[in-house]
Structure formats: structure tokens, C-alpha cells
Design a protein around this ligand. Structure first.
Ligand code: EPZ
Length: 420
């Protein structure tokens, strides 16, 4: 749990961690080449630990030195992802594409439903079937098998991040050309493409609607030395929202501001002053802020769903009425009732939240039920009067490296304690 005394305006400078949602598919990609890969700027977070446990179970040799991972996938000789680890992290479904590429087999358990609504994988399966994969299953397990992946022309019904990544990974060692249309355009997809091309794959189009992959053979793939993961745009956005909610002034280093544009645009619309220059972003508040008539989460380059909860916490302190619509996940508003316990005035109507800013939130005991909800509750606590206890630190640790240390360095009164 986190114990926070609110009321301090944040100030100072912190460096942003590497991207969780870029690191996970790139770690899965190391299975493809059967060689030694060095990846830098990997965040020290629980989800990476789980991915490393899974890769070790499959036979990889992993050395972790701070934020540098050395992964040798030469001895990977299994294709079943252990259920207890699969349950810990739904995004391990992205291993399926890499395992099918390497071995023509994969056995995964159906990814556990997540706190943010059902997480189907129909788009993953439809695309892989077109590439010659047969599925059988039962008792919560999914067996995938192919006599040889074949390139295919695949149109995704929805630009799913995970489905895009899984199909890219399966296509690298497929025979022939794979075209994937209506793909996700998130920066993490571009990072995966760059990593795969550094490995010797032939991937084009990431960041646009269509990705094209020329299949190759495993002997054509090389070790990847010193690949640096892009900065985490959602962690960066979370810290900017922390400065905004406390009316403080902070600078972030190691950011790619273009990746944050949709977030910066909305923060500026409330009146926050944001300057970004040579890899740094500064945010401060020097005027009364205004509410947002409409903010909708959308696939990139729209406003990211992962920033919806932190943004809701911030808007709960901005005078006026903000209307926030979640279009990506079905039930990603669980944090609203916890924010209400702190005095927020939020009404949920289907996938829309009506947020009426209040003058002052007040400390309470609240509970996080997912990663970004946890971050949102910490942000609310930073601005609230008095003490707040945020339960569910284990969710926050999945994606934020040392959030309590970083916020304390910016002047917040926050400590993390193991659950008593
Ligand atoms: C990735 O999840 C991220 N996780 C999520 O971040 C992020 O919220 C999400 O993309 C959207 O940007 C990782 O990258 C590890 P999707 P993913 O497939 O791949 C539906 C965080 O907090 N869908 O783009 O699971 C799905 O149910 C996490 O860091 C299908 O219907 O997201 C959801 O409603 C949370 N069928 C929507 O699409 C499918 O086959 C978006 O899912 C696949 C997805």
C-alpha cells in the first residue's frame, strides 16, 4: 500500500523509464532468433519479471543488470506457457506468435479476464488461422499448431495492439509475405518493427494502417546488440498529470514528446502550460484551469485509454464539468467509485463519465483494481487534504518503476508499505 499526505505542489526533474508495452513484445521477439540479445532501458517492473520467468521456463538464459537485459534464446525448447504465469499477465498471449514462428507449436492458457473488462483474443486467432494455424482447446487451454506458417493478407476488424504484435511475430519466420491491414499504430508497434529489423527481419509500415512482412529463415536472423527501448509515454503522461493535479511545475527527461502529443493537447486544453524541447518536457500551472467538454479514448494517435484513469483524477479537481468517454475497454471506470470516496463528483453513464470538478479532494482509504486506476488514486491522494491509503500497490508495481521514489523526489509525501 501507499501512504500519502496530500497538498504538496510537485516540483523538480525526473527521468522517464523505458516503455512496459514496448518491452513485453520485444522480449517475446527474442524467441525468434535463437541467439543472444541485449536490450537496454527495460523498466524494473513486475510485468517484466513475469515475462522473464516465462522465458526462463521455456529455456532462455536471462541476465538482468539494472535496466539491461541479456537474453539468450538458443536453448528455448518448450512451447507451453505455464498457466500460473499466464494468469499473472494477460499480455503474455503475445508469446504465441513467437513460439509458432520458432516451433510451429504453442500452448497457452486463455488469458485471464482482466480488471478492465473481457479481453477476447478472437482477432489474434482469426489472423493466425489465415497463416495456417490450427487451434484446439479445452479446460482453459489453447493448443496452437501449424505445419508451417504461411504469409497471408489479414484485415483486422479493430486495430488491436496485441493482435498486431502477435501477427508481426508469427510473420517473421513464415513462408512468403504477410500483409496486416487496419493495424494498431502505437509507438510500441514501431519499436517492435525496429527491433525485428535489427534482428534481420523485413518489416515495413509500422505506424501506418498497413504492415508488410517478408518471411525469412531462422538462420537469416542475427543477435541484437544494445537495443534501447523507447520511453514510456503513459508513465510520462502520468507524471505530467501529477504535476497538473498538484498545480506544480516539473520537467521530464528521456521523453519523445511526439508520442505524448494526444496527452499534451488535452492537458494544454485545460490551461496547463507545457513546453517541450530537446528530449525534455516541462509542465506548470499559472492560471485557473478549465474543464474539458469532451475527451474520448481512441486508438493511437487518439487519447490513450491507459491515460483515462489518471486524467479522470486530474479533471476531478478542475472547476466545471468534463465529459470523458472510454471507447476502447468495456469497464474501465472502476476507479470512479474510489475517487468518489475522496470527494470527487463523478457520474458514470455507460461508457461516459461526467466529472464535476470539486475544490478539494479529501484523504481516504481507497483500493486500486488495476494498474492505471492505482496511478489515478495516487494522483488524487497527492492533491487531497490529509492522509490517503492506496491499497493495491501490487497493481501499480506492474507498470511503474519506483513511482513512490520518483514522486518523493518531486516533493510528494509518499511511502510504500507492505500490507499490514
Ligand atoms: C495493449 O493491450 C496494452 N497492453 C494495454 O495497456 C492498452 O490499454 C491496450 O493495448 C490499448 O492501447 C500491452 O501492450 C501489454 P487491444 P491489448 O488488443 O493488446 C478488444 C496497460 O495498462 N480486442 O488493443 O490487450 C479488447 O477487448 C495495459 O499498460 C478484441 O475484441 O489491447 C479491447 O476492448 C492495459 N479482440 C480492445 O480490443 C481481440 O482479439 C483493445 O484491445 C483483441 C482485442
Amino acid at each position: 500500500m501507499y501512504i500519502i499526505q496530500g497538498g504538496e505542489a510537485l516540483s523538480g526533474k525526473i527521468r522517464v523509464q523505458g516503455s512496459k508495452n514496448s518491452s513485453l513484445p520485444i522480449l517475446a521477439a527474442t524467441i525468434l532468433n535463437g541467439k543472444k540479445n541485449t536490450i537496454c532501458h527495460v523498466p524494473k517492473i513486475k510485468d517484466i519479471e513475469v515475462m522473464n520467468q516465462i522465458l526462463s521456463h521455456l529455456g532462455a538464459n536471462i541476465a538482468v543488470k539494472d535496466n539491461v537485459l541479456e537474453i539468450d534464446s538458443k536453448n528455448v525448447n518448450k512451447f507451453d506457457v505455464p498457466e500460473h504465469l499466464m494468469r499473472k499477465m494477460r499480455s503474455s498471449i503475445v508469446l504465441m506468435g513467437a513460439l509458432l514462428g520458432r516451433f510451429g507449436r504453442a500452448k497457452v492458457s486463455y488469458p485471464g479476464g482482466c480488471e478492465i473488462g473481457p479481453r477476447p483474443i478472437d482477432l489474434h486467432l482469426k489472423g493466425l488461422s489465415l497463416m495456417g494455424v490450427d487451434f484446439s482447446g479445452g479446460h482453459g487451454f489453447l493448443n496452437a499448431k501449424t505445419d508451417g506458417l504461411k504469409g497471408a493478407d489479414i484485415h483486422l476488424d479493430f486495430p488491436s495492439v496485441g493482435a498486431t504484435e502477435n501477427l508481426m511475430l508469427a510473420a517473421v519466420l513464415a513462408e512468403g509475405t504477410t500483409i496486416i491491414r487496419n493495424v494498431a499504430k502505437e509507438p510500441e508497434i514501431v519499436d517492435l518493427q525496429n527491433f525485428l529489423n535489427r534482428m534481420g527481419a523485413h518489416v515495413k509500415g509500422a505506424g501506418t494502417d498497413t504492415i508488410k512482412i517478408e518471411g525469412c529463415r531462422i538462420e537469416d536472423l542475427k543477435p541484437v546488440n544494445n537495443y534501447t527501448i523507447i520511453p514510456d509515454r503513459i508513465v510520462a503522461g502520468t507524471y505530467l498529470a501529477a504535476a497538473a493535479i498538484t498545480r506544480g511545475r516539473i520537467q521530464l527527461t528521456n521523453v519523445i514528446s511526439e508520442h505524448l502529443e494526444p496527452i499534451l493537447a488535452k492537458l494544454r486544453e485545460t490551461g496547463c502550460v507545457i513546453n517541450s524541447r530537446n528530449g525534455e518536457i516541462e509542465l506548470y500551472v499559472d492560471r485557473p484551469l478549465v474543464s474539458l467538454d469532451s475527451i474520448r479514448t481512441l486508438p493511437y494517435p487518439g487519447f490513450p485509454t491507459d491515460m483515462q484513469a489518471p486524467m479522470m483524477a486530474f479533471l476531478a479537481t478542475v472547476e466545471g464539468t468534463s465529459i470523458l468517454t472510454e471507447t476502447i475497454f468495456e469497464s474501465r471506470f472502476k476507479h470512479a467509485q474510489e475517487l468518489r470516496r475522496m470527494g470527487a463528483d463523478i457520474t458514470i453513464n455507460g461508457n461516459t463519465a461526467i466529472i464535476k470538478g470539486v475544490k478539494q479532494l479529501s484523504g481516504a482509504i481507497v483500493e486500486a483494481k488495476d494498474l492505471r486506476a492505482g496511478a489515478a488514486l495516487i494522483l488524487a491522494a497527492l492533491a487531497a487534504k490529509g492522509e490517503t491509503i492506496v491499497e493495491g500497490a501490487s497493481y501499480v508495481e506492474r507498470g511503474y518503476e519506483n513511482i513512490e521514489g520518483n514522486l518523493a523526489a518531486l516533493g510528494a509525501k509518499i511511502v510504500k508499505k507492505d500490507k499490514i
